[in-house]
Design a protein around this ligand. Structure first.
Ligand code: CAA
Length: 299
């Protein structure tokens, strides 16, 4: 059955090579998914070789884990390993027909990254953005061919979460949208088409939950109590544990975007930024996660 809003799948373009910009955790997770489900070459890039190597190491580790669990055989594991490569030169994207970015959540950075890619790829190469709350229209507006830009938003952990938000900007053409839906189906994700509005659907709702959880803390309820209070209503994890999972910088960014777009509807918590700083200290000291300090909440 054709998903709501998806164009005729006959319009979908072939995806024979994928370029991934950003080799952070989210990008590495979906790079692995692309290679596993599409079985095409996947090349990842980042600002420097160190970051690229970190992404490649994550992917190699996860392929090893799939093999160890018996989810894939050793032939398949070797095939996947051979299909993944890294580069610091976007010219290596020249034969990609699908490029997806997950770089820092900053509009100017994303615009600049796509402008640079556009110099190297064909005019019909799809440029997908994994932005969690920025405008897809604005990300593409400075390009020569904005009609091939589409939002393609994964959720953490990518391997497990079934949802994918596909975002159509006013300029996005049907071939691009059809390719996005066809690709989502190959990745075995359940795709929904959302409006190009701040936070799309999921982050709009999550930002409310996280903002109100932060407000409860600001009002004097301790973090572990907020976590414990929410567990019995069926959330798979408390709001702060979820922020640990998606990353404090990302969560604080989503919150800031929502507050700047809808100041009367969203809540900016100083505590959230303070906890975001604590998360950086925790990460730097390899001391686990912020919510390790709130383990009591789970007892
Ligand atoms: N990476 C890869 N795989 C993971 C994983 C991770 N971080 N965490 C868990 N898994 C896998 C496990 O390996 C396991 O796989 P197998 O069955 O193959 O062994 C499977 O998931 C289940 O693991 P657990 O038994 O440990 O999982 P659980 O029952 O405790 O559930 C969870 C873990 C799926 C993360 C669950 O707690 C959950 O659904 N949490 C909510 C996640 C969520 O809401 N994500 C959306 C965040 S918003 C976002 O990402 C968007 C944004 O733009 C900020």
């Amino acid at each position: 059955k054709r998903p709501a809003g998806a164009p005729d799948k006959a319009l979908a373009q072939k995806v024979t090579k994928v370029g991934v910009i950003g080799a952070g955790l989210m990008a590495s997770q979906f790079a692995l998914l692309f290679v596993r489900r599409l079985q095409v070459p996947v090349v990842i890039t980042d600002l420097d070789q160190g970051r690229v190597d970190k992404g490649l190491a994550y992917i190699a580790e996860e392929i090893g884990a799939l093999e160890a669990k018996g989810r894939i055989g050793s032939d398949e594991a070797n095939r996947l390993r051979a299909l993944v490569s890294g580069t610091t030169d976007k010219a290596d994207f020249s034969d990609c027909d699908w490029v997806i970015e997950a770089v820092f959540e900053d509009l100017a950075v994303k615009q600049q990254v796509f402008a640079e890619v556009e110099k190297h790829v064909s005019p019909t190469t799809i440029l997908a953005t994994n932005t969690s709350s920025l405008s897809v229209e604005q990300i593409g507006e400075k390009l020569e061919h904005p009609e091939r830009v589409v939002g393609f938003h994964f959720f953490n952990p990518v391997a497990v979460m079934p949802l994918l938000e596909i975002v159509k900007a006013p300029a996005t053409n049907d071939a691009t949208l059809a390719t996005a839906f066809a690709t989502a189906a190959k990745l075995r994700k359940s795709a929904v088409l959302t409006a190009d509005a701040p936070g799309f659907v999921v982050n709009r709702l999550l930002a409310k939950v996280m903002g109100e959880a932060a407000r409860a803390v600001d009002e004097g309820t301790p973090v572990p109590v907020v976590e414990r209070a929410l567990a019995p209503i069926g959330l798979p994890m408390g709001p702060f544990e979820l922020i640990d999972l998606v990353g404090w910088a990302v969560a604080a960014h989503v919150q800031d975007t929502m507050v700047s777009k809808f100041p009367e509807r969203f809540y900016a918590s100083e505590n959230m930024h303070a906890l975001s700083k604590l998360a950086q200290v925790v990460e730097k000291n390899k001391a686990g996660k912020v919510t390790d300090f709130t383990k009591e909440a789970k007892k």
